[in-house]
Design a protein around this ligand. Structure first.
Ligand code: FES
Length: 111
């Protein structure tokens, strides 16, 4: 759970289609969060793949989805829904806001 807005990146630091892992000590969330620069802006989801735990931030964001680099399971970056086997369980999503050239994660109401 994120309790306060937190700046996690500058817009230019994440190339389109790429992601970065935001560690717990930055976000305040107990597990890493993957932040992606998509065609429709920035999206944030759990970094830990629900299949076997790979870091999703190492995968690419294409067409609103992230493909896990380990077994190619896919997730929707808007809803967190698993969209391609072997991914089956959904990811938590996190609200993101761009303020000028800064990318912020916003507070969540619960996990
Ligand atoms: S660890 Fe992500 S699809 Fe297997």
């Amino acid at each position: 759970m994120i309790e306060h807005p937190v700046k996690v990146a500058r817009v230019g630091e994440i190339a389109p289609g790429k992601g970065v892992a935001v560690p717990p000590e930055v976000s305040g969330h107990p597990t890493p969060i993957a932040l992606f620069h998509t065609e429709d802006g920035f999206r944030a989801v759990d970094d830990t793949c629900t299949h076997l735990g790979a870091s999703l931030a190492k995968g690419g964001a294409v067409g609103g989805e992230v493909a896990c680099w380990l077994h190619n399971g896919k997730f929707c970056l808007d809803t967190g829904e698993a969209t391609l086997y072997p991914a089956r369980a959904s990811l938590t999503t996190f609200p993101v806001e761009v303020r000028g050239d800064e990318v912020w994660l916003l507070p969540t109401t619960g996990d």
